[in-house]
Ligand binder design. Structure first.
Ligand code: ADP
Ligand code: MG
Length: 587
């Protein structure tokens, strides 16, 4: 489609604005143009393919990004996409001129990342911009905008595709220059942008160079796990689970989910490992991020965040990308059911995959054979010891209750033997997980609540004095029969059967102290259940009888998320026979 001016009524419907406020914005817009162009170029057999084998070889899209000084000195983005016809080049710089949509209706069925026809015009207003482009079979041409003035089209040889060079961004705009980020922080920001698009388009080979140094490179193989390997290294990629699509057909969801999510052991200090796309458009969404994190619930340590690479696919008319100038935020028509679907899919994927983490005594041979440089990934399994691990293989969930218990060590760990090797179970972590899941079911089970002969009276948590009724209601949901008692106290008449009544007043007091320490944040209800299970669970240092250990392992088998305690720590570790043999040099 040629580049045409949008009509005033369409322009009026476009969320216009300051598209370019920092170098990263320019890089993002240029990448989006390059992706649109690569996807618009019909996939064809590799030119000159002669043999039968080469018949299957399809062209790989390539996008290379080079930046200097965080993009403020120069940005160059080159692609091998469809190119721009020479006669269209002047229109590319015109405001509201686009080849991607024609009418307002097209906004309802967007299939491209760009649609406003604004980016190149906005860039030319704040930098010197040169475009060299060639369409299939054409010789190529160049156009440049300098000091805001667009020059004429001149011939310039180029292979099919487009390169856009942006020089001296904001030099002419002193007000903007003041707000420029330090080059180093902008470089990092641009790195994250390129990562997001590389993950969204595994079939396109991306390369980023900063100040002439190669920073990242993906292969364009089309496999998301390959992109993850290139960006995060083989260790992370190996621990990614294939996200199971929406598990429940009966909700009639027309939402498609795909991607990879990290095993709970892969947690990070920030949310930077969460990459979300909606219809392959990278987006920032607090609520979708929350839906994913909530799917991990208690499987991550407090304050840690998962790795997730997730695409949400909805019908084009169900998503509005036109709500924000940067298009980083989108509006979903049916957001609530979609969040629910995402949450359930994450949880189902994790539940299927929970296994006992194996104990790595020393870096194994396979690990040392990993390439050091993620930019240059060699297939590790070719050189490593043992077969490659396929994380999509469901890991068998061992029956802990059938293990032979050997005893207790350090009054903290239960040591047992099974077919796979030696198991160590953290008695506190294990019991805490068991109790948490029982508490979560306690309300449904409340007829089995244990009535106290001597009701317990304790002070309300100070942090929740203003929310006393909510606090009593929260206890009721966990299976307690509690009521307000005078000013600032509660009386508890029965407790969920999961919690032993013996030191109930102490458990409640310690729980309240912990709630006060952290203050009543928005998540105090979840914390209440976590704290009650933690304070009730057997402690490290407590001697356990054989029968008690056996009972605990049986209970752990019944827990859905048996592999971690409610703080995300592992409940059990496995030292496999193979590892023992290796460590003793038998193999
Ligand atoms: P938009 O992407 O919203 O259409 P832009 O200002 O970013 O607006 O680009 C204007 C037009 O220039 C696009 O519609 C497209 O036709 C053309 N264009 C820009 N970059 C490229 C590219 N890398 N390859 C091919 N065409 C491009
Ligand atoms: Mg664009």
């Amino acid at each position: 489609m040629s580049i045409r001016q949008l009509s005033p009524d369409v322009i009026a419907q476009i969320a216009a604005g300051e598209v370019i406020t920092r170098a990263g914005d320019a890089v993002k817009e240029l990448i989006e143009n390059a992706v649109d162009a690569v996807l618009a170029r019909p996939i064809r057999r590799e030119a000159g393919a002669s043999s039968e084998l080469a018949e299957d070889f399809v062209r790989v899209g390539r996008i290379s990004i080079e930046i200097w000084d965080g993009g403020y000195t120069r940005i160059r983005v080159a692609d091998d996409g469809c190119g721009i016809a020479a006669e269209d080049l002047p229109a590319a710089f015109r405001r509201h001129a686009t080849s991607k949509i024609e009418s307002a209706d097209d906004l309802e069925r967007l299939a491209t990342l760009g649609f406003r026809g604004e980016a190149l015009a906005a860039l030319a207003a704040v930098a010197d911009v040169a475009i060299v482009s060639a369409t299939e079979g054409a010789p190529g041409a160049q156009i440049a905008a300098k000091g805001g003035a667009v020059g004429s089209v001149v011939p310039q040889a180029r292979r099919t595709g487009t390169s856009v060079t942006v020089d001296r961004l904001f030099d002419r705009v002193p007000a903007r220059r003041k707000y420029q980020r330090a080059a180093s922080s902008e470089t990092a920001h641009i790195g994250a942008i390129v990562q997001a698009y590389a993950l969204a388009y595994p079939e396109i080979a991306f390369a980023l160079e900063c100040d002439a140094r190669p920073v990242l490179r993906t292969s364009g193989s089309g496999d998301l796990r390959d992109v993850a390997t290139a960006l995060f290294g083989p260790e992370v990629a190996r621990n990614l689970l294939v996200l199971r699509g929406p598990p429940d057909e009966q909700t009639g969801d027309t939402v498609g989910l795909s991607g990879l999510i990290g095993a709970p052991s892969l947690h990070r200090a920030t949310r930077n490992g969460i990459f979300l796309t909606v219809n392959r458009r990278p987006v920032d969404s607090r609520s979708l991020t929350y839906a994913i994190e909530d799917g991990y619930a208690t499987q991550l340590p407090i304050g840690r965040h998962p790795v997730a690479l997730v695409d949400i696919c909805v019908a084009p008319h169900e998503v509005d990308a036109n709500v924000h100038p940067t298009k980083r935020e989108v509006r979903l028509l049916r957001d609530r059911p979609i969040f629910g679907t995402v949450h359930r899919a994450v949880r189902a994927t994790l539940m299927e995959a929970v296994g006992i983490p194996t104990l790595d005594v020393r870096p194994t041979f396979a690990a040392t054979a990993m390439p050091e440089n993620p930019l240059d990934p060699a297939p590790a399994s070719l050189f490593g010891a043992g077969p490659p691990v396929d994380p999509s293989d469901p890991i068998d969930r061992p029956r802990l209750g059938s293990l032979r218990i050997l005893g207790q060590i350090a009054l903290t760990y239960i040591i047992c033997e099974g077919r796979a090797g030696l198991y160590l179970v953290d008695q506190h972590a294990a019991h805490e997980r068991v109790l948490l899941e029982r508490l979560e079911r306690a309300y449904a089970d409340r007829q089995r609540a244990q009535i106290l002969l001597d009701p317990v009276v304790v002070d309300l948590p100070r942090a929740l004095r203003g929310a006393a009724d909510e606090y009593v209601a929260a206890l009721a949901r966990l299976g307690f029969d509690a009521a307000l008692f005078g000013d600032g106290a509660i009386i508890v008449r029965s407790v969920p059967s999961a919690l032993r009544a013996r030191q109930l007043d102490q458990v409640l007091r310690e729980t309240h102290e912990a709630l006060d320490e952290l203050g009543a944040g928005p998540d105090w209800r979840e914390r209440l259940a976590l704290l009650l299970s933690c304070k009730t669970a057997v402690k490290a240092g407590q001697r356990l009888e054989m029968a008690e250990m056996q009972a605990l392992l049986n209970q752990l088998d019944e827990a859905e998320l048996c592999a971690t305690c409610s703080h995300g720590r592992p409940t059990a570790l496995l030292l496999s026979h193979a590892q023992l043999e290796r460590e003793f040099g038998r193999r």
